[in-house]
Design a protein around this ligand. Structure first.
Ligand code: HEM
Length: 516
């Protein structure tokens, strides 16, 4: 990403003015007095700077190939361009009213006034698909449902994902799967892996299989290398579900007929629901015939809950398969990329892990992860530079005022955390990978704004599996760095923004055993 910050066609004075306008957000109904005081200064939504907006198409033309200069698979670059052209609040209208928010104070203000049931406008075609299948689903699932129905689902399943006790209970199983993976790499005797992401996908399917369903997909077994195997098709269906979501959210043709992208989504969903249903039936039989105590998977805990609806469970299982594999594989890829290119950091992680695990084969416990402070700071730093999404989306459920502009209910807000996290006004030497900036007590510690980097979102709608995902990444990286010296063999790694940020090239790594 470009290091030189230019102000595009706007003068520095414009940005200064922009910064002086109150950054507070007032909800119109709750702060009537303040709003009245400022009434004459409140500006109309249409006056928020942004690309030219035409009747009917809004700013959609910007995304049309050969006509517009926006590439939907480079949203990070567009966000950067918009910030340079228009400043820290940018209006767009690709079908709906949309405002990009860059300043962490403003991001905080947006989240602080969020509704009791925070809403997102995403996964609309998936919601449509699921609602047309009442024999399988009750709802659109956690990712796509809003309002009271979302909260009903979230409160049903949340405890199983978030309670520290249940999360820690998965350390042993997860570590066992990762140890097998390390052994598989060693048995393969290949030091240069052309695209390590393929293996990380398989590994993360195995991990989520065990943690969520107590099910092995055996992704690394010879018989699973066939294109038609269950593990390969599940990984493809998870990707097939995720990759078209944003284009379908922006488009509308699928509402009239089933476009190829809609069909891809529908086929992928259907595959994931078949896999989930078969696993569920197997577990139900097991639960009837055997003692249920030994199954501490998420599914096991869902089934132990009284009055839980099986259709809600199927929806949750499909959401887990969709949300777990790509996210953890991409974020681990970026973390390995940064660690591989920053030799000193890699050696610090190694010495920390070698102290905690004097023997390669020692078990990793929840305590090991707590004590791996430098490793956890490295993951945090990688997520600052390469979060899984460019920012967090919210659908406004009431009018608000932001930076002096009236923003109406129904507007989509996108907090631009990825770009903001790379700006020098918020982080020192922002493009440098420096885990120490997160470590209190380090001379390089920085007091970073708590709303600058939000890789798992914020508030009651944040990632339901945050603790699990962080735990998995920690164990994967701890095991790999403990065992291998890792070198990056590719060019500078960028992102392809497909709802979640995928590495834009092969994850080319050399892993050389430290024991040789
Ligand atoms: C490093 C890995 C991951 C990252 C960075 C990540 C990030 C996110 C983000 C940014 C959101 C949106 C939060 C918001 O709107 O405030 C989210 C939501 C969600 N994530 Fe994750 N996630 C990861 C892994 C996982 C895993 C492993 C699972 C499942 C086991 C999962 C399940 C979900 C679900 C179901 C939601 C929707 C929650 C809701 O709307 O209530 N995620 N995640």
């Amino acid at each position: 990403m470009n290091k030189i910050i230019s102000f595009g066609k706007y003068s520095p004075l414009f940005f200064l003015k922009c910064a002086r306008i109150s950054s507070a957000v007032y909800t119109v109904e709750n702060n009537q007095e303040k709003v009245n005081m400022k009434k004459e200064t409140i500006m109309h939504f249409d006056h928020i700077p942004g690309p030219k907006c035409y009747p009917v198409v809004g700013t959609l033309h910007k995304y049309v190939p050969f006509i517009g200069d926006y590439d939907a698979e480079a949203l990070d670059q567009i966000a950067w361009l918009n910030w340079r052209r228009y400043g820290c609040l940018v209006r767009e209208k690709p079908g709906v009213n949309l405002v990009h928010v860059y300043d962490p104070d403003d991001i905080e203000a947006v989240f602080r006034q969020d509704d009791r049931y925070p809403a997102r406008r995403s996964h609309i075609a998936m919601f449509d698909y699921r609602m047309k299948k009442p024999q399988v689903y009750n709802t659109g699932g956690l990712l796509s449902t809003n309002g009271a129905e979302w909260w009903r689902l979230r409160s049903t399943f949340q405890k199983n994902f978030t309670s520290p006790h249940s999360v820690k209970a998965h350390v042993g199983n997860t570590d066992a799967v990762i140890k097998e993976f390390v052994q598989w790499i060693k048995n393969n005797k290949t030091s240069h892996h052309e695209d390590f992401l393929l293996y990380l996908n398989k590994l993360n399917l195995e991990i989520i299989g065990v943690v969520a369903f107590n099910e092995r997909f055996n992704s690394f077994a010879p018989e699973e290398q066939e294109r038609q195997s269950r593990s390969i098709k599940t990984i493809e269906a998870a990707f097939g579900s995720n990759c078209g979501i944003m284009k379908l959210d922006k488009g509308f043709l699928w509402k009239f007929f089933h476009t190829p992208l809609y069909r891809k989504l529908a086929n992928s969903q259907e595959y994931l629901e078949n896999v989930s249903t078969k696993i569920l039936i197997k577990k139900l039989n097991f639960f009837e015939s055997d003692d249920k105590i030994s199954d501490n998977s998420l599914l096991g805990s869902f089934l132990k809950q009284p009055n839980v609806d099986l259709k809600d469970i199927v929806g949750m299982m499909v959401d887990i398969l969709m949300a777990a594999v790509d996210t953890t594989s991409y974020t681990t890829s970026f973390a390995l990329y940064h660690i591989a290119r920053n030799w000193e950091c890699q050696e610090k992680i190694f010495s920390e892990i070698a102290t905690l695990l004097p023997d390669n084969n020692s078990e990793i416990s929840a305590d090991t992860i707590t004590k791996a402070v430098y490793l956890r700071a490295s993951i945090k730093e990688s997520l600052r530079l390469n979060p899984v999404s460019v920012g967090i989306g919210r659908l406004l459920q009431k009018d608000i005022i932001l930076r002096g502009y009236q923003i109406p209910k129904g507007t989509v807000i996108v907090t631009q955390n990825m770009v903001a996290s790379r700006l020098p006004q918020y982080v020192q030497d922002p493009l440098q990978f420096r885990p120490e900036r997160w470590l209190r007590g380090s001379s390089q510690y920085e007091n970073i704004h708590p709303f600058l980097s939000l890789p798992f979102g914020f508030g009651p709608r944040s990632c339901i599996a945050r603790r699990l995902a962080e735990q998995n990444m920690c164990i994967i990286i701890a095991r790999l760095v403990r065992e291998f010296q890792i070198k990056w063999m590719g060019k500078e790694l960028g992102v392809k923004t497909l709802l979640i940020n995928k590495p834009d090239q092969a994850v080319s790594l050399s892993l050389v055993s430290r024991n040789i």
